[in-house]
Design a protein around this ligand. Sequence first.
Ligand SMILES: [Zn+2]
Length: 55
Amino acid sequence: MPTYDFKCPKCDARKNHYFSFSDEHKLTCECGTAMEKVFQATPSHFKGGGWGGQP
Ligand SMILES: [Zn+2]
């Protein structure tokens, strides 16, 4: 299940939440502000083996 980090632009609170594909990807902070999705780099995905047909 994919997880997403959310950040509140107002009070800087952070939440980690998972969504199914059918869910609306929105969260509201406890302060009432709509939280923004934070995109994470996943370098291990691109560095690791298994891609490019290598054994
Ligand atoms: Zn907030």
